[in-house]
Structures are given as structure tokens and as C-alpha cells.
Design a protein around this ligand. Sequence first.
Ligand code: ADP
Ligand code: MG
Length: 641
Amino acid sequence: MGVVPAAAAAVTAAAPRRIHELPDALVSQIAAGEVVERPASVVRELLDNALDAGATHVTVRLAAGGVRAIVVEDDGAGIAPEDLPLALRRHATSKIASLADLESVSTMGFRGEALAAIASVAEVAITSRSADAPHGWRIEAGQGGSGEMQPAARGRGTTVEVNELFFATPARRKFLKSDATELAHALEAVRRHALARPEVGFAVWHEGRPVAQWRAAIPAARRAEVLGAAFADASRAVQVERGPLAIEGRIGQPEAARARADQQYLFVNGRFVRDRLLAHAVRAAYEDQLHGSRQPVYALFLRIAPELVDVNVHPTKIEVRFRDGRAVHQALLHAVQDALASSRVLPDDAALVGASTGGGAAGTTTTPAPSGSAPSWQGALALHDVAALARERPAPWSVAAPTAVPVAARGSGMAAWAALRPQLTGEDSGDPGCSGAAGPPSAAPVSWPLGRAIAQVGGVYILAENVHGLVIVDMHAAHERIVYERLKRAAATGGALPAQPLLIPVTFAATPAELATAEAEADALHELGLDAGVLAAGTLVVRSRPAALPEANLAELTRSVLHELAEAGASRVVQRARDDILATMACHGAVRANRRLTLEEMNALLREMESTERADTCNHGRPTWRQVTMKELDALFLRGR
Ligand code: ADP
Ligand code: MG
């Protein structure tokens, strides 16, 4: 005994190692490793329990970022005195009793391991009183706990105290970060719950000071509060129902995207999840509006029949598995795509605001709501709320992104729009500065949101005037989007893109690689409206052009497409490759800088933007237009001070 070093024994031992059962405490500690990573995990579990108990208000108190103390108080159903010791036992739960229950679980918890796990790595005390108990009871667990119950004073509900996390496992404690970092993670856990459950009030205290508070609110108000007014302003509503699946929430405009994926909230049946399938669907919806490295912002809430999703695939339930993952992926992809597709150029919430004010500005809007972002009472509330927020806190930007302006103007904007419109469209519109002559609101439909073209600047920008002031359009970027959407529509109908045979075929010099691709991909080229072939060594001939691209330089277009085809290679069947090619073609087909446009051409472009999906951003995610309001113009000239 003790003579042979352990390592040597391991190498030389011929006899098998004996099996023994691990002590209970160690089993719990091992299990705790999966559930409790840091104070934020404890906060998450305790909040889940409070919500499962039907709490309407939850208070979280933290000390030293939660490492020294986490106290969660709720006003939920409480725990029956005789069950109190059981609450701390492993695999003891009040939430499921059978496999059938597990398969349709609708509570946040069901594994019965959180409290046991926490108690194995920290000092835990629970004080709870159920509705029919004459007073509360307190039980202490953990290394120092006696397991004895004592009477305690408390109203209905439960308080769980967790002290000195990882006090007995210094190795794990070492992995914790600074108090400030741990506090930030814990706060994030509360934010997620606050987003999921707007009807519940939450308060967070750190070292005796309040750090966050959310009162019970309607969903839209809670989201605006948690995610901030900036998010609310630069986002659109999503609201779709497909059979057993409902999706709602808000998605950020492409230009609100961030460098980091830190504002992406996905919830499934009220549970925050990090799901690759879902994240991929959202990402794919942004595909041709966002640079690869930019991260969209969103808060999306999926509701699905519990039996169609398995939440028991991960100890912390952060991952889920759908019975029909593909269907969910497609539904989410399309929901987000549709919401993004309705261009902001159309006041996409005009109809909603009209609805929320009971149609007060009667007849001012005949714009139908864009398909996909079906307005609902919830959407109406969201926008109403957002408009109110925006009025309180005007957007900080001097030259506002297009989003900021319409949002601020939405509440009162429609009436003003109608009143001002005659000045912009009427023949007598010589002096739009005289705004005193606001006649009775006209019943004219909202039209020309991007206004009337007045000039071209630098061969690059179109200037237009609308009710808000000055509109600046990047004509190439805008036209590129228009052409791209046109090409995609044509491609979506199946078969080849319409081609226009050339009277005189175009020939140009090509590299051996280009010639090889042209031969190998003749069918693909034909489908794209380009009938190209090898004329002689080193020379390509093109006999047709895509009908949608009358302006494109054929040699350049064909070279780019050949390059894309060579890149795409075998993955050509993939939609993405096809979209890339169409995007390249659109770029060649769009008006070039320095091309002089007539006023008619400029106006035609503006009108096309207004009726094109995703017209607010070019294919590379840059904005296509900006609004400079009258107010901002006045400010430039110190007018009206
Ligand atoms: P689970 O939540 O998976 O059931 P836990 O270990 O988190 O497992 O909790 C064990 C049990 O303790 C729960 O099933 C519940 O009955 C009870 N419980 C825990 N926290 C609360 C609370 N805040 N209010 C009421 N009951 C609670
Ligand atoms: Mg639990």
C-alpha cells in the first residue's frame, strides 16, 4: 500500500480497475458542472423556477457579481412545507411525472436537478410559503446546511439564497471572471427572461443598488425597454402563423447590423435558445442584404406545439430539436425574408398607425400593407409604442438614416403628409417653403414617398424633394437593387432568363480558363440569357443578351459571369451561387456613375424603388437613399431659432 506510485500502477497493472459507485455529493458536483457554469447560470435556473411557479414579480439581488450572493425572491405559488426538503433532492420535481409529460412539457424546468446541483457547489437556503400555509418555512442546504426546517416569516412565494458559489470547488471558482463581467452575464440572463415574459415584473439589485427594473408591460413596450429605442426604431415587425408554428417579434434593418452577434434573441416557447438551425434561417434571410461579416439584430419569438419540439437535448436547455426542423427553418426564413422585403420606401406601418388610432386620419392612406408583415393588434401596439418612444427621444443623428425619420413622423405624420402633398404634386408647387397654406387634408392616396426628382449631383446622386424635405439617392446602388430583384423574379419563374438575340454578335478575347468555363457551362450561360460560345482560339462570341440588362457591357458582363461560374463550380445548383451570379449581372446592368439622367428618368427610378422589395439597401448592404428633413436643413442655416 502506497509503495507503488499511482502512475506506475496504471501502466503496469494487469488486473482491471475495480468499479465503485461514486459518493452522492460527487455525483451532484459532476452534474452541477453541466448546469452551473457561473452566477448567470444560477440566476437563469432560479428565474425559471420563479416563472414556473407563476410569479408576477421577481427580484434578483446580487453581491460581487453573484459570486458571493444571489438571492431571488418571487411571489409565486410557493412550495408546500412537506415538499421543501424534496426540492433540493436530485431528480425531484413537481413538473413532470411520466414520459408522456416529458414529451409535451410546457414548463421551463422538468429535470429536477437545478436546486440540487446548485446546492452541491454553493450554500443554499430556501424560504417558501404556499398559499394555504399559516407561515413560511426555511431550509438550509449545501456543505454547511443542516437540512433542518425552521419556521420563517414570509408572504406567499419563495426566496432562494445562493451564497459563495464554488466555495468548495476552488478549481471551478478560478474560471470565473471579474465581478463586473459576471454581473453583466447575470444581467443578460435577466434580460432574456424579461424579453420572454413581459407580463412579469423584474428588478435587479447589485450590492444594494438597483441596476435594472422592468415593470409588467405589453410585449412591445417591454421589448422597446429591454432592447432600447434604437433597436425599436431600426427594426420591423414580424408576425406569421403557419399551422402549429407562430413567429413574431422584431428584426433589425440591414443597416442596423452589428460587428458582433450580441443582439440576437431567439425564443422557443418562452425559452431563450441558441439554435444553429434557427440562427441559420435568419442569417439566410438577410443573405443578399448584408455583408458576410455583419450580424443582424433580432428578437424573435417562436411558439410551437410542445410535442413538436424536444427541449431535453441539453442540460441547460439552451438547444432544442424540432420534430420537423426543415419546416421550421423554411417558415422562419420566409417570415424574416418577407418582413425585410417590404421596402421602407413604402410607409410600411402607415396602415398600422391608421389602425391603432382608430383610422382617425380617415382616408389618408390607401396603401395596402405589404404582404408578409401582416398587421395585427400587436404590431399596431408595437409601432404606436415605438412612435411614442421616438417622440420622447429624438434620434441623435444629424443626417438621419431613413428609418429614423419616418418613425418619428409616423404618429402625426400621415395627416401632415396628406396636407402637404398637393404642394409637391400640384402644378403650382413653385414655393414649397410656404407651408402656411395647409388646406383641408386631402383624401389622396399616399404616393411618391421618395418625392419628386429635382436634380442630379456629381453624376452619382439624385436629389428629390418629399414631404419631409430632401431625399438623396445613390442612383447606381438603387438601380442595382431594382435590376437584381427583377432578375430574381424572372429566375424564380423557372427556365431560362428571357434573352434578346443580338443582330450583330459580340466577340471578345478570352483567356483559356474563360474559354474552358464557357464550354463547360454553356447550359448555365444559356439559362442566364447569355448564348456564348468559343469562336476561335482565344475568342468568345456572345449571341444574345439578358433582356433585363439592355445597358450592360456584354464583354464585361460575360467575363464576370464566367468568373462566378468557375468559382461556383459544383455548387452551382445552390441558390446562393445563382443569386451571386444574378447580383453580378445586376451590377453590370445598373446605371453607371456619370450617366446623365433626365428628370423623367430620375423620377422613373424613384417610382421603381418605391415598388421594389428591399429597395432600401443595395445588394451589398449599403443604403440606397437617405432623408434630410426640413428641420435638419433649417438647422444648417440656423433658421427658426
Ligand atoms: P425543476 O425546476 O426542473 O423541477 P429544480 O431543482 O429547479 O427542478 O426545482 C425542484 C422543484 O422545487 C421544482 O419542481 C418546484 O416544485 C420547486 N421549486 C423550486 N423553485 C421554486 C419556486 N421559486 N417556487 C415554487 N417552487 C419551486
Ligand atoms: Mg428548475
